[in-house]
Design a protein around this ligand. Structure first.
Ligand SMILES: [Zn+2]
Length: 267
């Protein structure tokens, strides 16, 4: 009787022959449909890929951090957020949803040029489950409407829910985006004092703070905590910059061999 290992080895050899014998077109089709992987070859790969950064926290020795606001523009929260940033004369980075830019173009235009704009997809679908074609459509439509409405090109990308796949990473890289995640979360489900106390102490060099100026959750606690977070960070010598400015600082530190390799504290 054939032992199980030998039987399995024969089975995989047969499968390999089938794959080699199959048309290349089938493999290309499978790649184009892929939801979970990126790939280095094949017609689904955008041309001219170079390098991208996937950044949770910027590695920099400079005492700078970034406040980011997702899911806007939203009439409930975007104007209040801008007012707070104006009061402290600091910039933020707004990861806009294309769908909301299309319905709130005036709000999008009101985001002053000192703030940075990011691409946060059109529909806020979980793009880690999207095909490469779906992901490309979400990102290009959003980039295009932001450019049409504001005259500015979003230069960074944040995937909805912070979830990403190889295919999404490849599409974002093909659009010359860095993928921006976050190191600290202003959770709108927490009481404002807890948000203020936690983030006010934790924001440090290179931190990327996730907050929202839109979305499905009430955001009042975050807006109430935000001035305290800003003031406490300022007291500790942290200056707030945009995400692109944070990335520039990271690149110059890398070029100078000046990397901060310390690990972030856990939540
Ligand atoms: Zn979002």
């Amino acid at each position: 009787m054939m032992d199980r290992r030998r039987f399995l080895a024969m089975g995989s050899a047969a499968a390999a022959v089938t794959a080699v014998g199959g048309a290349i077109g089938i493999e290309e089709y499978r790649l184009a449909q892929s939801r979970h992987s990126g790939w280095a070859v094949g017609k689904g790969r955008p041309a001219g890929l170079g390098a991208m950064n996937i950044v949770w926290r910027a590695q920099t020795t400079q005492m700078i951090a970034a406040l980011t606001f997702d899911d806007g523009p939203d009439p409930r929260y975007t104007p209040k957020t801008l007012d707070i940033l104006d009061k402290y004369n600091i910039p933020g980075t707004f990861f806009l949803q294309g769908k909301h830019v299309s319905t709130q173009p005036e709000l999008a235009k009101n985001i002053d040029a000192r703030h940075a704009l990011g691409n946060h997809s059109w529909s806020h679908a979980d793009l880690s489950n999207a095909t490469a074609d779906q992901a490309r459509d979400e990102l290009t439509r959003t980039r295009d409407i932001i450019q049409d409405v504001t005259g500015r090109v979003p230069v960074v990308f944040r995937p909805p829910y912070g979830r990403f796949s190889g295919a999404l990473t490849m599409i974002a890289a093909g659009m010359n985006y860095d993928m921006i995640l976050w190191s600290d979360n202003a959770d709108p489900r927490e009481p404002w004092r807890d948000i203020a106390n936690k983030l006010g102490r934790r924001v440090r060099a290179g931190s990327i703070v996730l907050a929202h100026d839109g979305g499905t959750l009430p955001n009042d606690s975050v807006l109430k905590a935000l001035p305290i977070v800003i003031e406490q960070a300022h007291d500790r010598g942290i200056e707030f910059v945009t995400v692109p400015q944070l990335l520039s600082a990271m690149r110059s530190d890398q070029a100078g061999g000046n990397l901060d390799t310390t690990q972030p504290e856990e939540a």
